[in-house]
Design a protein around this ligand. Structure first.
Ligand code: AMP
Length: 292
């Protein structure tokens, strides 16, 4: 049987928009002893998201994918309004996998009038993205906690692409004793190294080429480290030079930090991660590479 014929046998996912319906569906599965997996997304799905979905459907008995562009994690100056949304396309992509439920709530459902409680995110939220986008991780932590409540999953899947986010959620799970495990999945890249992102759709052809300098700069540092260089200042100079050569001049940060604490290191070691956030035109791109 061809794999396509096999996929055709999948039941299409149920599309649920109401929290009570979702919780009831998940609880029913849990009562039957099923292992429930959760993949939170903001939609505009690409192969990066789908790698999480693939892993979840292969490990869990019941997979819930959520699609929700969460307004509380965007600053007023950011791209909330123009963020790509296409539920029909996303559901069609998800139906190539044995996804059981797509939860696609409205903003009013997730944040009814008067909703004012939020999560104070853990210490790892303060540096890097948190410094530049002060309310971002409170928004992320709040919506993820809400999704964990609505989908009492055994395991949740997140991408290393948003590395600091995985640290924030990991610490929130620990600090609040949340009964869910987190799996961090590797970054899926284009053939030329660019990390897949829904925001890549904003790039012009020329910017798309320019954007490859970000992953090039990060992998160059890794290869210099592999060759024996461990001085963070020198390594960051090399990365910044590669970005400058590609005329990427608006750099939010390129940082070598401890992968647990996210605090800067002077000497790079196997526990270091290199993260970058830059603008290509008006599009903000992030990427990271684990040094080991
Ligand atoms: P988003 O829709 O951007 O909120 O992303 C939803 C999930 O997909 C997050 O856990 C992301 O880290 C993950 N993700 C996004 N891009 C990629 C990628 N290129 N490779 C792997 N995971 C990704």
């Amino acid at each position: 049987m061809s794999s396509l014929a096999f996929q055709d046998l999948n039941m299409p996912a149920a599309i649920i928009t109401e929290p009570a319906e979702l919780l009831a569906a998940v609880n029913q599965q849990k009562r039957m002893g099923k292992r429930v997996g959760l993949v939170p997304t903001m939609g505009a799905l690409h192969e990066g998201h789908l790698s999480l979905v693939k892993r979840c459907t292969s490990e869990a008995d019941f997979t819930v994918v959520t699609i929700f562009v969460n307004p509380t994690q965007f600053a007023p100056s950011e791209d909330l309004d123009k963020y790509p949304r296409n539920l029909e396309r996303d559901v069609a992509l998800l139906n190539a996998y044995p996804v059981d439920v797509v939860f696609a709530p409205s903003v009013e459902t997730m944040y009814p009038e008067g909703a004012s409680t939020s999560v104070n995110p853990p210490a790892v939220a303060t540096s890097l993205e948190g410094e530049l986008r002060p309310a971002h991780f409170a928004g992320v932590a709040t919506v993820v906690l809400k999704l964990f409540q609505l989908v009492p999953a055994d395991v949740s899947y997140f991408g290393q692409k948003d590395y600091q986010q995985t640290r924030v959620i990991g610490d929130m799970i620990r600090d609040l004793n949340l009964p869910v495990k987190m799996q961090v999945c590797p970054i899926i890249r284009e053939a030329d190294g660019l990390a897949l992102s829904s925001r890549n759709a904003y790039l012009s052809e020329q910017q798309r080429l320019q954007a490859t300098a970000l992953s090039r700069a990060l992998f160059q540092v890794k290869s210099l480290y592999d060759q024996g260089e461990s001085d963070a200042t020198l390594l960051l100079q090399a990365a910044n030079q590669t970005l400058a050569d590609a005329s990427i001049n608006e750099i939010d940060y390129v940082a070598l930090v401890n992968k647990q604490t996210l605090r800067p290191v002077e000497q790079v070691d196997d526990d270091t991660i290199l993260l970058g956030a830059v603008y290509v035109g008006s599009t903000r791109l992030i990427d990271n590479v684990l040094i080991k």
